[in-house]
Design a protein around this ligand. Sequence first.
Ligand code: SAM
Length: 305
Amino acid sequence: MHQPSLFSDLNALETPPVTPFKTQLIKWVGNKQRYADQIIAHFPPAYGTYLEPFLGSGGVMANLAPPRALGSDVYGPLMEIWQCLADDPDRLIAWYDDRWSWFHAGDRHDRYNTIRARFNAAPTGADLLFLCRACYGGVVRFRKKDGLMSTPLGVHPVIKPEKFARRVALWQPRMAGAQFERLDYLDAFARALPGDLIYCDPPYSHSQSILYGAQSFRLETLFAAIADARARGVFVALSIDGTKKSGDTYCNIPLPEGLFVEEHFVNIGRSMLRRFQMDGQTLEDEIVRDRLLLTYASPRGTPKP
Ligand SMILES: C[S@@+](CC[C@H](N)C(=O)[O-])C[C@H]1O[C@@H](n2cnc3c(N)ncnc32)[C@H](O)[C@@H]1O
């Protein structure tokens, strides 16, 4: 359990300025690292514990480097990687080193396929770590029909263990304030206390249908959890993909009335804002990708007096 916190507590933490940090530890579909500094710019100026219940490859959390956080995801092997980083970073490096060395000591395709078959028979964080670095395009794809990881070996060189070890050394201190747990997002939401901040990046878009858990994910259930958290005094920021499968067309997801107070577009080279209380303002014709919806008025969205 993370420590209790209240927004008004002396413990409330000021959001530090963020230096963009783009070096990836894990390759993961939907990684938000490139836009993390834009997202974080819309976080409240102070909050208690930072919760990221769809942690994935932790792109936002690593940029934020929160002093107190709960990082969670429903995918067990992924959480094994995060827990290993926190508990025993040398072991994480050894996991990678062992597989990288074995892979390079024989036919690389055969050896990749052997690791993938072993992973599909009994998924582990250690094998997932190597597969996500070695697979084609870094896209860990789960087949719809049987849930198995199906991505072939990539054409790129797989980073050397020394380079991976340097990444671990960069990431470990950035994630040191976090505890990591395998949780369904609803269980993570239940942990949030008044004044905490939840950042959500759910598996919701056509391009993410290959992600773990995406098939059963229901946006309506997430909206209900956000409404409940908001009523308890928790700040919630939600990333939602605004593109249709066919191209860069803005896709208007029906949002519950009054749940969000601001919407930002963070992934188009500049940041735009729509305030829901302002009538007649629409961005329907804009080409956008990621939308950030807030249940609170953000520092960037609040007009200067
Ligand atoms: C879009 S990805 C998050 C990407 C992340 N922001 C990053 O930078 O890598 C969505 C994540 O939600 C996780 N997920 C799917 N269903 C979930 C559930 N019910 N509860 C918690 N996590 C879930 C997936 O395993 C995946 O890692």
